[in-house]
Design a protein around this ligand. Structure first.
Ligand SMILES: C[S@@+](CC[C@H](N)C(=O)[O-])C[C@H]1O[C@@H](n2cnc3c(N)ncnc32)[C@H](O)[C@@H]1O
Length: 371
């Protein structure tokens, strides 16, 4: 017979009260499927899985009614819940890290006798805080013309183009009829006044009919999606051609290709653990894959962009334009930066990376998927 856990044991392991579990049972949220001989509630493995989802959503601040809708959704299986919860927790961690940064800034300002305004004090708690990253974005993230040319060529003769996860619109082709999709309000607000019209939506659920566009593109965004495969299939559904710029992170060996992840920031591996490999992404939409070389003077400040200009990573502004740095947490960030600073000062970095100095462009696992 399947093993069951008693209500007391479940409460103890999960760190909640027995009363809470009784309440969840009474409102039909988590109803244990059995009773012990003495009449106590007993939880099966499936009950425990459901309870864990409920408690995790609860800890993220969801209300009980909202949670009931989430865990009862027949379209979301346990693996999809784990991916979603993981992404939400990372978001919460980024938010906490950004709040610490804002508090450090205020403490520094106070120590120097500078008073913050009431508006500034409130910003730390509001939606603007999470956008500490978003707000830094346009400073260092620009269109890299050589990479843009490769993306636009892959779009072929598409006249109507959907740009998914569009951000501020860096790679939108100027000579086509573009519609953008972007879930972040701060990113949308930072789009130039003459940029393409932008719809608030997520890749995983695009609000368009089948075959609405000649092409759909996604640039440097797939790794942010809760469910990349579902998002790519949505792009495939709404467009006849799909062009995706992404990276190989998650595949074997990628971490050793770039000195920054290899020697200073191995934590990036944890961020991508469990994410689908680029081969799986390509297979999901039947795409072919082209390598994208990164020019040594790449104008777009994405993570790998400064591969031949290592000093750039010592600059806080450069790091704030790339979410990876916030996501690894301040401790790993500071350790990586001071390690790099020391190696640049001692000559160890140039010695270790001698082969890069003569290169004009590097192959660091960036890929264009074209379907
Ligand atoms: C690194 S930015 C890239 C923006 C833009 N494509 C560019 O290259 O400048 C990633 C963007 O993906 C968006 N994003 C996050 N989750 C998304 C999702 N599920 N669907 C669509 N976009 C998403 C973020 O809000 C952010 O604007």
């Amino acid at each position: 017979m399947e093993e069951h856990l008693t209500v007391g044991r479940v409460a103890g392991l999960a760190g909640v009260s027995v009363r809470t579990l009784h309440h969840y049972d009474e409102i039909g949220l988590v109803q244990p499927s059995a009773r012990t001989g003495a009449g106590y509630r007993a939880y099966s493995a499936d009950d425990v899985r459901r309870l864990r989802e409920v408690l995790a959503y609860r800890r993220l601040g969801f209300g009980l009614r909202e949670i009931a809708d989430l865990v009862d959704d027949p379209a979301t299986d346990p693996v999809a819940h784990l991916h979603r919860l993981r992404a939400l927790l990372l978001e919460q961690r980024d938010r906490a890290a950004a709040m610490v940064t804002a508090m450090d800034r205020e403490l520094e300002a106070r120590a120097r006798g500078i008073r913050t305004t009431p508006e500034e004090r409130l910003k730390m708690l509001g939606p603007q805080l999470y956008e500490v990253i978003g707000a830094a974005y346009p400073t260092t993230r620009r269109t890299e013309p050589r990479i843009a040319a490769q993306v636009w060529e892959a779009l072929g003769d598409a006249r109507t183009v959907l740009n998914v996860g569009a951000g501020t619109g860096s790679y939108e082709p100027p000579d086509r009829d573009v519609t953008a999709v972007e879930p972040s309000a701060v990113m949308r607000a930072q789009r130039p006044a003459d940029a393409a019209p932008c719809v608030a939506a997520r890749a995983e659920s695009l609000p368009f009919e089948d075959g609405s566009f000649d092409a759909a593109m996604a640039f440097s965004t797939v790794h942010h999606w809760h469910d990349p495969i579902a998002g790519l299939r949505e792009m495939r559904r709404v467009a006849r051609r799909v062009v995706v710029f992404t990276h190989e992170a998650g595949d074997t060996g990628w971490r050793h290709r770039f000195w920054l992840t290899r020697d200073y920031l191995p934590e990036v591996a944890e961020l991508v653990a469990g994410r689908p490999s680029v081969d799986r992404l390509a297979a999901a939409i039947g795409a072919r894959m082209e390598p994208v070389l990164i020019p040594w003077d790449c104008a777009d400040g994405f993570f790998e962009a400064h591969w031949r200009r290592p000093e750039a990573y010592l600059d806080e502004e450069v790091r704030r334009g790339v979410s990876v740095w916030t996501r690894v947490g301040p401790e790993a960030e500071q350790r990586a930066v001071s390690g790099l600073r020391d190696d640049l000062a001692s000559g160890r970095w140039p010695e270790r990376n001698r082969e890069l100095v003569g290169l004009d462009a590097a192959e660091l696992g960036l890929r264009l998927l074209v379907a």
